[in-house]
Design a protein around this ligand. Sequence first.
Ligand code: TRP
Ligand code: SF4
Length: 336
Amino acid sequence: MEKHVTKVKKRVVRQRVLSGDRATGKIHIGILFGALTNWVKLQETHECFYEIADLHALTTSYNHTEGMKERVREMAANWIACGISPEKSTIFVQSRVLEHTELHLLFSMITPVSWLERNPTLKEQVKDLKLQGKINYGLLGYPVLQAADILAYKADAVPVGEDQLAHVELTRQIARRFNSIYGHVFPEPISLLTKFPKIPGIDGRKMSKSLNNAILVDEKLEGIREKVMRAFTDPTKIHKEDVGHPNGCVVFAYHKLINSQKSEEIRKDCIKGKIGCVSCKEEAIKLINKTLAPYREQCVKLKDKNIDEILKEGSIRAKKEAGKTLKEVKEVMNLW
Ligand code: TRP
Ligand code: SF4
């Protein structure tokens, strides 16, 4: 009899997933194929929490808060257009769930600065944004806030790209340290690494809105054309007959992404000098446009939907869950 009960329970209790992104507004196809398609799938098997991290956005954009709410709305609308369902998942805004902020402070008491200083993501950011000697307290504590995001929900798993693995590892370290000091409250979440090739931006660097090289999910045909026409190809292939090197070519990367079967043909034709870059680009434009059409349509439809209402409801739901954890945390820490 007991055996039967545990069996049923196992089927009902789903593992919990939490992931998020900094509130930067509309999303690009690198995020769509690299993260969101995976998030969408996870909705079927896990209890999912997806967070728009507006506080994390402040770690580098604290002086650009105008338009922040709009960027949150745009990101939410894009997520939903890409298949994240407010019925299946909890979509919420970080700054609306104060528990994150409180847990961040409590974690900051037990996190050695040396752990944060050796964070590879921080080192990279300092280099990219020329922040040497100008690191704010909040930026140093970025992974502590991320640990609070994840652990406030006692998430079992965190779907992330490679660049976030160090942050999830730090989350595990903080959870372990907390548990050993105050008693067991937190599980140690695992990363679900999204194995997807990095999609290059049109200039060959990593696709990123801040680098101005991104194709957006709701990009219209004219936008796609303008961008793909400017995209980097093999610089040694000038005439159609020239032998091309598709492996280093951005346009080929898009072909592979969107039409892996036909891309083999393109690879051969490029190498044999049977196709020129202009017609290859034309083909890519057509394919990208066709692939993005349903997302674009969804984005238009969502314009009439009340995104604010969805975010409000999601944030209330999130707050309820995070509140339960905070209660436990304060209890074991002997706080009021
Ligand atoms: N740091 C993540 C990024 O830059 C965004 C993020 C914030 C996040 N909180 C999170 C990701 C919690 C996973 C879990 O993409
Ligand atoms: Fe790239 Fe296509 Fe030109 Fe080959 S033909 S270099 S794959 S754009």
